[in-house]
Each structure stands twice: as C-alpha cells, then as structure tokens.
Design a protein around this ligand. Structure first.
Ligand code: PMP
Length: 411
C-alpha cells in the first residue's frame, strides 16, 4: 500500500471547485456565473484581437525562440508594466525607486511579494502582520500563511446593508494595526464586492496608512477592467505613490489582456522617497526578489510577457487595446443594467441598485448561501456561495432567465 494512502483530501477551492460542479452538471440550460473570466455575449472565451495579432507576429518572427528568460523576467516587460500602473511620468520611477519583476500572474506576484516582506520587513524582530479585507478574494487567505507569515488578519470592508464600503470600520481596524503591518488593498474593482472607496475615501485610507506607518500592498487584478479607463483604475495606486511611501504592487494581465492561462503579471517594490543611496537599495531588493524566485520556479514563462510587450510597447497596439478594454468593461456595464432592469420589472423583492453601483467583474448580490444553493439545485445557475455573480457570465439571452430564477430564490 502507498505511503500516500492516508493523505486526507484537501478542501476544494471555493471558486475552482464550483467550476468542476458546473462542468459535471448535464442540464442543457446550465449557466455559470462563478469563475471570473470574461465571456462574449455568446458566452464564449474572448481572445482580444490585438493579442491575436501580436501572437501571429511573434510566431512569424524568425528571432522568436524558447530560451529561458532571466529569473526576474523580460526587462522590457518590467518597465512597461510598472509604467502602466504608476503612470508614464511616475516620479518614483524617475527616481529609480521602483523595482519590478515579472511574476506568475497576480497570484505569483502576491506570493513572491509576501514572502519577500516576511524576510525583510522586520518590525521589532518578527515578520509583519498581514491584513486582508473581509470579504476578499479567497486566495489571499491561502497565500499569506503559505508564504510563512502565519494566518492573515482581517479588516472590515463591506457595509452589508448598502453593499458599499464601510469606511469607518475599515479605518478603525487599520488604526488598530501595529506599525509596520502590511495592508492588502484592492487597487480597483474589489473582489468579491465590486465596491471601491471613492477618491476622498482613498485619501482617508492613505492618511491612516501614513500615520500608522503601514505598508500598503496593492493587488491590481482589474486595471482598465473596472471603468474601462486604465488611468482612472490606477488612481488609488498613484495617490499612494505620490505620497512617497514604501509600498508593494502586484499586477495581473489575466483580465485586462485576457491572458488568464499565460500567467503573466508583475510585482513591484516601491522604495520611499528620500532613501539615501537608492540605487544600492534597489539593486539589493531586486537581488532578494530573485532569491525568492530561483528556488520556487527558477524563471517565468516567456510567451505572455512577449505579448504584453507587443501590446504595451507599440503605440498603435496600445491604442487598440484601450478600445478593446473599454469594450469589455462596457459589456459588463450593459449586463449590470440589464440584470437590474429585469429584477425590477419582474418585481423581485429588494433593492437591486447595488448591481449597477458596483464595479468590475463581479456583483455581490447579497443572496444568502441558501438562496445560492436553490439557484444551483433547481435552476442550474452556479455562483459562489457568498452570492457573488461574475457579470461576464451573463449574456443578453440569459439575463432574463437568471433574473427570474433569482426572483424565485428570493421569494
Ligand atoms: N487578486 C484578485 C483580487 C483577483 O480577483 C485575482 C483573479 N481572480 C487575482 C488576484 C489573481 O489572478 P491571476 O493569478 O490569475 O492573475
């Protein structure tokens, strides 16, 4: 008998496990509103036309080969990615205070970043506490202990009644965090709630971060996807960067370039303004990020990085990408409007305005776990048990059926 015979089964991932259940469902009219991946109005995966063209150029280029990338990835990608989030005229970049490495999408950037912080952000001799919002993307909760920092602590985020941000509670919890704690913030399009702080609220959060000397770790999985505008969606990060404080950024090109399976993202460490001999410090930070990566996966994959460089580094491609991004965000906005209208017109009890007030890939409907189970068992409509709907899973032809099923579940 195998030495592994007694290995206990790990709990299914709440999001990916849901997709397995969906695939196993044989009902012809089943609908998946679970996984956060964009779908066309025909319910199909979407390859951005600009991405397709860059891929064809790469395939036709005799110089393309499959050699290893450096441990920290493609240099051109590092610069373009940092510019995308911090802005082309970023003072931090001009000062040489930004260290960026290519990462295995947003998840890999978070994992490497948290590991680095555990090693080098020593506050009174111990690794820092890491705070994540409640609720948050479920994988945050896995990444922090796996990076060796113990269980993540939480700060309150959602006002369950309004579906918006509960700023007073959030600020109170951040004020209680020990100095030097790491605060994970969603740069925009908070997952799962779709509720983002307003610009004025971001300024209040920054004030607490500064006065408590906290280290913000901005998770950017949806830049350009939330509002359709890359700069608007980076405003929170740029506000904090302008304050000249230490901060860490993860970026993902899964959603905004549709490169989910290519695992392309970036991790940046931004050093505080006024750091003496910043070039030496930046060099050391890069060396330590590479020291985290090398034993973990040695070097990142090349294809996605080359696509991103082809899109970000070429003026015409970049302009086309912005249009395609606005198109994706626009379709999601249309689905929000359509779902709310259908819920209102079929007389579903409740106030559904949060569906149009929320932003990004998801809507946090407020449906209970029981109602979610009813939707799945009776109507073959799948969503995470916290009532989160991936808006891109809706189409013009399914929105009415979903609204009718939601009415049935609520009543
Ligand atoms: N952070 C958040 C908040 C997310 O929603 C996601 C994607 N679901 C990620 C990070 C990372 O995704 P990926 O590793 O595919 O870039």
């Amino acid at each position: 008998t195998s030495v592994f015979a007694d290995v206990p089964e790990a709990p299914a991932d709440p999001i990916l496990g849901l997709n397995s259940a969906f695939l196993a469902d044989e009902a012809p009219n089943k609908i998946s509103l679970g996984v956060g991946a964009f779908r066309t109005d025909e319910g199909k995966p979407y390859v951005l036309p600009v991405v397709k063209r860059v891929e064809q150029q790469l395939a036709a280029d005799p110089a393309t080969n499959h050699e290893y990338l450096p441990i920290d990835g493609l240099p051109a990608f590092q610069k373009l990615s940092a510019e995308l989030i911090l802005g082309k005229d970023s003072k931090a970049m001009k000062d040489g205070r930004v260290v960026t490495i290519q990462a295995l999408s947003g998840t890999g950037a978070l994992r490497v970043g948290i590991t680095f912080l555990g090693r080098f952000l020593r506050t009174s001799g111990s690794p820092p506490a890491v705070y994540i919002p409640t609720p948050t993307w479920s994988n945050h909760r896995n990444i922090v202990p796996d990076a060796g920092l113990g269980a993540a602590r939480t700060y309150r985020y959602l006002d369950a009644v309004s579906g918006g941000v509960d700023l007073p509670s959030m600020l109170a919890d951040l004020s209680d965090a020990p100095a030097g704690s790491v605060i994970v913030l969603h740069g925009c399009a908070h997952n799962p709630t779709g509720a983002d702080p307003s610009p004025a609220q971001w300024a209040d959060i920054l004030a607490v971060v500064q006065s408590r000397r906290l280290i913000p770790f901005f998770d950017n999985a949806y830049q350009g996807f939330a509002s359709g505008d890359l700069d608007a969606d980076a405003a929170s990060v740029r506000l904090f960067a302008d304050a000249g404080i230490d901060m860490v950024l993860s970026q993902s090109f899964a959603k905004n370039m549709g490169l989910y399976g290519q695992r392309i993202g970036a991790l940046s460490v931004v050093l505080a303004e006024g750091t003496p001999d910043v070039a030496t410090a930046a060099k050391a930070v890069r060396s330590q990020l590479k020291a985290v990566v090398r034993p973990m996966y040695s070097s990142p994959p090349a294809h996605g990085a080359r696509i991103a460089v082809g899109v970000l580094g070429d003026e015409a491609n970049y302009a086309e990408w912005k249009k395609e991004l606005a198109g994706m965000a626009g379709r999601i906005g249309d689905m929000r409007t359509a779902l709310k209208a259908a819920l209102d017109s079929n007389g579903t009890p409740g106030d559904w305005s949060r569906i149009v007030n929320q932003i990004g890939m998801f809507s946090y409907t407020g449906l209970s776990a029981q109602q979610v189970a009813h939707l799945r068992n009776k109507h073959h409509i799948y969503m995470t048990s916290n009532g989160r709907i991936s808006m891109a899973g809706l189409t013009t032809s399914t929105v009415q059926r979903v609204a009718d099923a939601m009415k049935d579940a609520v009543e």
